[in-house]
Design a protein. Structure first.
Length: 181
């Protein structure tokens, strides 16, 4: 059972290199407690062994220089590692949903051994220019896709930028996402 960010880093580091089994972990963690750089550092062994990492960034949190710095500190050439990292940034909640449903879901169905994350999953849903009903509906679609991927065996980490008591973080918990931190 993952109970803190240290356990989460250890879990991410040992995500199976072979095809994972059914009911993979679906984890949610505050972005402040488990920043993207820490996630990338935990993924270094997987990337060095040829694994891939798919990242949907809804919070403008992914920084490739963090991976470069961690790789160099570990004595690794960052160039081949960066080639195994695919990032798609979304700037609206509609784009985020499309990226998760289309890009991420398809990538993980093609490559069951890959690790994946949705960074800042809630940030774009804070936009009050979109009606609350529509934001709830769209957020539900992300959670439904994440649950399908979990049941298909793809582990997934979602970071959220609002507090744990925000309605979006609470919705993660109600949807069966294991909240950390």
């Amino acid at each position: 059972m993952v109970v803190n960010t240290e356990d989460l880093a250890a879990l991410v580091a040992r995500w199976p290199a072979a095809a994972p089994g059914p009911a993979a972990p679906l984890l949610g963690v505050p972005a402040r407690q488990f920043p993207a750089g820490r996630l990338l550092a935990a993924l270094l062994p997987r990337l060095a062994a040829g694994g891939r990492f798919y990242c949907i960034d809804g919070g403008n949190l992914f920084n490739p220089y963090q991976l470069t710095t961690a790789a160099r500190a570990a004595g690794l050439d960052p160039t081949p590692l960066l080639a195994r990292v695919m990032v798609s940034r979304a700037y609206t909640c509609h784009q985020l949903v499309a990226a998760v449903e289309d890009l991420l879901a398809e990538a993980l169905r093609r490559d069951r051994r890959a690790a994946a994350a949705i960074l800042g999953v809630d940030r774009l849903f804070l936009d009050e220019d979109v009606s609350l009903a529509e934001r709830r509906h769209l957020f539900g679609r992300i959670l439904a896709t994440a649950e399908r991927l979990r049941l298909e065996g793809s582990p997934l980490v979602m970071t959220f930028v609002s507090g744990r008591e925000s309605p979006w973080a609470r919705q993660l918990g109600h949807a069966g996402v294991t909240l950390i931190g």
